[in-house]
Every structure is written in C-alpha cells, then in structure tokens.
Design a protein around this ligand. Sequence first.
Ligand code: ADP
Ligand code: MG
Length: 615
Amino acid sequence: MKGLLKYLKEYKKESILAPVFKMLEASFELLVPLVIGAMINVGIANMDKNYILSMGGVLVFLGVIGLICSVTAQYYAAKAATGFAAKLRYAMFTHIQAFSYEKLDTVGTSTLITRMTSDINQVQNGVNMFLRLFLRSPFIVIGAVIMAFYVDVKAALVFAVAIPLLSVVVFGIVFANIPLYKKVQDRLDKVTLATRETLNGIRVIRAFRKEADEIREFDEKNKTLTGIQLLAGRVSALLNPLTYVIINLALVVLLYTGAFRVDVGGIKQGDVVSLVNYMSQILVELVKLVNLIVTLTKAVACASRIENVMQIKEGMGLDLEQSADKSDTNSECKVETAEMTSVSEDEKNIEETCCTMSSISSVLQDAFIQFQNVSFTYKQASEEALSNMNFSIKKGQTIGIIGGTGSGKSTLVQLIPRLYDVTKGCVMVNGKNVKDYDLDELRKMIGYVPQKAALFKGTIKDNICFGKEDASDEAIEEAILVAQAKEFIEKKEEGLDTPVEQGGRNLSGGQRQRLTIARALVRRPQILILDDSCSALDYATDAALRDGLSKLSYHPTVFLVSQRTISIQDADQILVLDDGEIVGIGKHEVLLRECEVYREIYDSQYKEEVESHES
Ligand code: ADP
Ligand code: MG
C-alpha cells in the first residue's frame, strides 16, 4: 500500500480537507442530543413554547451545517480517491506497456486485467472510505462517551461497560470474517477464470460435446464459492442481533435506573433522552467502523496485488528502460561491430566471446543480418529453444525458414525485432547489435507479421495504418495489393472503412492474415518477417503474395517462415530447423540433395500434392 500512496500526493489538499470536514460534521452531530435534552429539560418542563421553537431552529441549523460539511467532505474524498485511481491506472498501463514478452509470459494477461480493473476499484473504494471515516468514526464513538460523562457521570457508567463489550463483539466478528472474505475472493477468481475460458473456447466445447462436463465443473466451482459466501454471511449475520441485544440491555439499564433517579430528582428527563441518543449514535458509528475495516482489508489485499505488478522491472516494451538496457549489453558481442583491429588485441576476450574470428570476417563485408552463436532459453523452460545458431543474410535476400512445429521458427524471428533477448550470442542488424539500437529505431525498420493474426477493433484502414499512422494512400494501396487483400476489401460494401470487430472476429482466418501482412507492408520496412503468415492462404494466393513481395521497389529483406516447402523453395537461402538447431542452410536444390530433414518434409508434401491431384 505504501508504494501506491505516492499517487495520492497530488491530492494532499483533498486528503486533508475531507477528514477535517467529516470531523466538523461529527462535532455538530454530537451536539444534537444536548439540544434535545435542553428542549425537554427546559422547554417542555416549563411549557415554554418559544424556547422549544428556538431550540428546534438550532436543530435545523445544526442539520444544515452538518449536511454542508458532509457534502464538502464527500466531494473532496471522491475527488482524491478517483484522481488517485486514475493516476494509478495510468501508471500501471504505462508500466505494463513496457513489459517485455518474457515478463508478459510469466505474469499472464488475464490477471493483469483483473488487477488493472477490479483491484484498482477496490483500492479506490478503500481510499474513499478511509478519508471519510478514519477520523469520524472513532471521533464519534469516543466523543459520545465523553459527552455521556459530561451529561451525567453515574448514568454514563453503563456506557463504560457496554462500549467495550460491543467492541469485542463487533471486532471479533470482523476479524473472524476477514480470512473468509479472502477465500471468497479466491474462489471468485476461479469462477471468473472458468467463465472466461469456457466462453473463449465455446466452439471447441460444443464441437467436442463437452458442455455437460463444463457445466458440471462450473457448478462445482460455483458451489464452493456459494458455500464459503454463506459461511461468511452467517458469521456476519450474528453482528446485528448480538449488538442490538447489548445495546438494548444497556438501554434497559439506563432507562430503569434513570427512571428511579428522575423520581428522586437525581437526573433530569432530558438528560436520560440525550444518553439514549448517544448510545444509538455509538452503535451506528461502530457498524460504520466495521465496514471501513472490511473495505480497508480488501483494499490492502488488492493494493499488494497491484504493487506486485508495479514492482516487476520493465524491459524492451517502451523506451523508458533504454538507458538501463544498454548498460547491460552483452560484452561478448561488442567486438565485431567496427573495431576489427581491437579484436586481435584482445585475445582473451575473443575466447570468451561466441564470435570466432573466422565467422566474423567471413560475414562482415556485406552481411545485413547475422546470428552469431545465438542460443535462447525461455524463462520458464528448462531446455534451450534455440541452440548455437550461426548464419548471415545479405540485404534484400529472401530467407525461407522451415521446420516442424516447435522447432523454434517463431522464436528465431522474434529475436530480430528484439521481442525477446538472446540468452547467449548476439543478433546483428546492419553491423550493429540489436541491443545497441534504440528500440524505436530498430522496430521502425522491421515489419513483423506474427503467427497469430491480431487485429484491433476499428476499421480495416485503422488496422492497416496501425504501424504508420501517416501512411499515404499510395502506400496503403501498394500494401493491400501485395498482401492480396485488395480483392476481398473491394468486395466489402464499405471498402477500407469496413468495421473490424475485436480481434477481427468478423473476418476469416485468411482475410485476417492478409490484413496483418498489409499492416506490416505499409511501413515499407527494410526487414519483413512473415511468421507462418500464409498458412490460411490457398496456394495460388500464396504464390501471388510471394511474387508481389519480390517486386517491391524498396527491396526488403524477407523472412518467410513456413511449414510448406513450396512456399519457400525460391528463397535465396533456406534455414532448416529441427529441435532448435539449424540442420541445413542453402538453396532448395542443394538441401534436397544434402539435408535429410528437408528432403523428408519435401517428400511428404510432394506425395500429398500428387495424391490430391490424382483423387
Ligand atoms: P515453431 O514456431 O517452430 O512452431 P516456436 O518457436 O514457437 O516453434 O517454439 C519453440 C519451442 O519453444 C517449443 O518447444 C515451445 O514449446 C517453446 N516455446 C515457445 N514459446 C514459448 C513461451 N512463450 N514460453 C515458453 N516456451 C515457449
Ligand atoms: Mg511458430
């Protein structure tokens, strides 16, 4: 919670004024029983109509002032709390934008959403309630006791017994309930998760006829949630009867002894009424205090969940961390940038480095992209996803990457825009380690089409211009033409202004893929990465796309990841991956002769082709 309080700093004034006005309100409230007592003692006892009316006026006055104070306090508390929440939400969003893929992998997106929404709301509530009640409630409880003693010491002894007893009951019940509330939150998370998963996978569930299973599982989760909520409810249900019994017993004692004392003239009637009033004020305020404690407990729990996210160090998402990142650049890869001479001077360094002299000198002249002894391991994984990769690519070349699923194709291409950082070795673009680039500069060079086509809610044009907002009409035209998206866009009534639903739900898989390709092309990138982006395209469209790419005037270097040999067989270089290793580099014909893995893939697909033609 402490770490989050800095977002309240700007609302210092509000955070002070809110409780102060609440205190004022409480003070006026504490005066009310005294006025009523006086009304009875003086006004009614003497049948003094004027006195009663003037005291009535005082009551109205106290009420109006109290209301004004209360509204003012409420205003400031709400302003501080919502302002605080807005700042926190903004900070969290910015923070999450700066997460690397790696961090996102570990944290998980769905809990990030809960933390940004419902958790922040809880904390906002907590701040609001705290500002309003943390001074007021104790002030009224203690103030009422003091006033009671001021009215009549002997009668107030009842308070001295009743209040501690009440406190024990009230706080006992709350503290018994807090762990139950935590469990409720936990079970609620589970129900939410189950709901989300079921709704996302509803088609699969139906296709596999698993509805009954899903319903049963949901029912179980729901029942445990209900059970624990009922238990919590039963415990809190004790609160009212127990407190009312105590309060009413105290009232009985108060009235009973009061009556005797009034008879003998030991206490006035009005004073007894004032005491009764104080007693009920205390009860109401204790219940509020309990609510405050419950809200605060929840808020603190949520705050710590938020803090956990805020404490995760950012990396590679936004520019925020550039300076920090650069400092930890792998020393091993600095050698080969420019100072070839210094390499020979520093023999020891070379031994440590991944980059041997021969590999450097052989690739340095006209290499545009180089992988030098690159290995990569995912954070949660025990094995390397890529091991010891070495290759280099010239500007403008087309590189095919092929291999079975899970062989590391996607992982490999994600290292180029630095979506992940290599574990060992280095990736060089244009003679410079990707880690030495300004992230903006690096990613502006690259058009990346991820394997899973992700579109945003908006129009087709919005989505295409996502990578370059100021794209000219010609650039858009060229992009959709090459991406083979022109035909289907033109078929839509609204053309480029056709709305795209969240995630591109209203488009087919192939249409989505073509739009993501157009989105990457519109930037006219120097490097274009297509990660299995043609899997949903038919052969003819796939071929037309490749033909279009090869004719682009700006000659991008293209990485074509594919499962189909036919898609990559014209590439200038083909990398064959198997289990995170390169098992073949070369042109189609050479690989057919020399690379067994490649030949196997080719044969299996070639046979399929023949069979499908025959049938
Ligand atoms: P391909 O694209 O060739 O199908 P990937 O590069 O996606 O293969 O995956 C290579 C290996 O890395 C696989 O064994 C996969 O299980 C693992 N992997 C992929 N993404 C992650 C991730 N985010 N976290 C942990 N392991 C991953
Ligand atoms: Mg993949």
